[in-house]
Design a protein around this ligand. Sequence first.
Ligand code: 5GP
Length: 205
Amino acid sequence: MVGTRRPPYVLHDSGSIAARVAELGAAIAEDHPAGDLVLVSVLKGGAVFLADLIRAIPRSLSVDFMAISPFGSDGDAGGRVRIVKDLDEPIDGRAVVVVEDIVDTGLTLAYLRSILLARHPVSVEVCTLLDRAVRRIAPLDIRYVGFDCPDLFVVGYGLDLDQHHRNIPHVVAVEDVAAAQADPTCLDRFLPGVPVPLAAHDVPE
Ligand code: 5GP
């Protein structure tokens, strides 16, 4: 689609997200029949997914949160991050599942994983709602993937555009990010309570 940028459209609607989250929760429960399980959310994007995911896991578990920010702003930090908020509890001897909104280059998560592994957990696995493998730089073994993601900017279900729109219940593809930044009201039709305006899974070639 050279030269044509479609208006924002729904990639995954709230119903299909809920169905997939139920499957992921069941898989995590099945893979962790016993032992101490903690789900770690990376703020802020992963928080919405975490909230739904934990209610789809029918076993005892804990949650914890980390907040990170990249070193510098020129993108050359190789994924190294500064921990802005660390976990509240130790993770030694516990099975850890890191819950992410989207894995893109994988640099952040690869670095985070190395930090967590140094704390002697039983395991560190990753559960991401969206996997944009086409942009992967750091090789990563992602055990739980909600949906493969095309090489498009996405917002909603916890993902932001300039810190807004995390409350959109769907995952919305934004082909023209500059236009959406200039007129954020173009995303209002995806807000909660508004009927889904376009067919889901309407992914361009
Ligand atoms: P990575 O280190 O894998 O390149 O960075 C992943 C992080 O970048 C995600 O957790 C998310 O915060 C942000 N990110 C990557 N792609 C997108 C996207 O399409 N939309 C939004 N809102 N954030 C994204």
